[in-house]
Write a protein that binds this ligand. Sequence first.
Ligand code: FE
Length: 347
Amino acid sequence: MFRHFSAAAAAAAFTLSACAPGAPDAPDAGEINLFTARHYASDAAVYAAFTEETGIRVNVLEAPADQLIERMRAEGARSQADVVITVDAGRLWRADQAGLFQPAPELAETLEAVPANLRHPDGHWFGFASRVRVVVFARDRVNAGEINDFLDVADERWRGRLCVRSSNNVYNQSLLAGLIDAVGAEQAESWAAGVAANIARAPQGGDTDQIRAVAAGECDIAIVNHYYLARLQRASDSADRAVADAVDMVFPSLAGRGAPFNVSGAGLAANAPNRDNALAFLTFLLSETGQRQFAELTNEFPVVAGVTYENDVLDGYPEITPDPVNVNVLGENATAAQRIFDRVGWP
Ligand code: FE
C-alpha cells in the first residue's frame, strides 16, 4: 500500500517510473516529481512530450487522490512533490484545504488563458482540461428530448430506470454541490431524494459500468462523465463500440444554468524542491501540445481557446453551454452534498 511506502521504496518507485531520461551527453536539465491521481495510461505520452521538449525528467508517483493527499500531508515540508495533479475540483479543493499547494505568481500571465471559473480564485491550482457530467440513454427505449435538465432525472418517470455510481464518488458529490449552488440546499435535497428513488440497482462500479448496464438493458439512463462514452466510441475493441452504439447522450443543463463542467487540475506543490522545472511543466500542460494531447488521448476538452486537435467524437458534439460557476465552489459545497446523500439514502 502506497501510504506505507518507506522513503527508499518511494525513491525506487520514482526511479522505476521515470520517463524518457535525456541522452547521456545532453546537459542535465534536472527533473520533477509529479504526484498524480489520474489513472489514464495515455498521460505518459504527455510527460514524454514534455521531457522531449525540455530535457526535464518526469518522475511519476501515481496513487488514488485521497492517498496522495494523506501522504503529502503526513510528509509536510519533507514532501518531494513538485506538481500535484488530480481530477475533479472537489478533490483539488480538498488538496488545497490540506495545504498541499502554493500560489505561483510566475504563472499569473499563463493562467489568464484558462477561463476564470476553471481555476482557483487565488491561483492555487488550475484546470488544464475539462469534462462535463452528462446523461447517457438507451437509444431504443428513450428519446433525447426526455431529458433537458438534470432536474428531469429526479422525475417519477425514471423510477427503477436509472444507473449511477455510488454517492461517495466525487463526481456525484460535485454534481450535487453544483446544484446546491444553483437552487439551494433544500431543493437540492428533494432532487437527490428523487434521483435515489429512481436508481435501478445498487450502485456498483465506475462510470463505464453504468454505460454498459444501459447497453445491457439493466437500466435506461445513466449519469456519467462524457469521456467514458467517448472512450467506448473510439475503442479499437468492437464489443466496446457495440456498447457505445446502443446508447447516446445528452448534455443536460444544471437547473437551467448550463452543463455541469468540471476539471482535471494541477498546482505547484507547497514545498516543490524543483520549483523552476515544476513551473515549466505546469506551463506545458497549457501549451498547444499539452492541450491537444488531452483532447486526443483522454477525450477531455482543452481549456485554452483555439487549440486544434483531431477527435471526431468531440467534434460531433453539439454546442454546449457551460454552467458558469467557479468550480472551486464544488469543493466548498462537498460536505453539504455528502450530508444530503446520507440523509436521502443515495447509497
Ligand atoms: Fe474519470
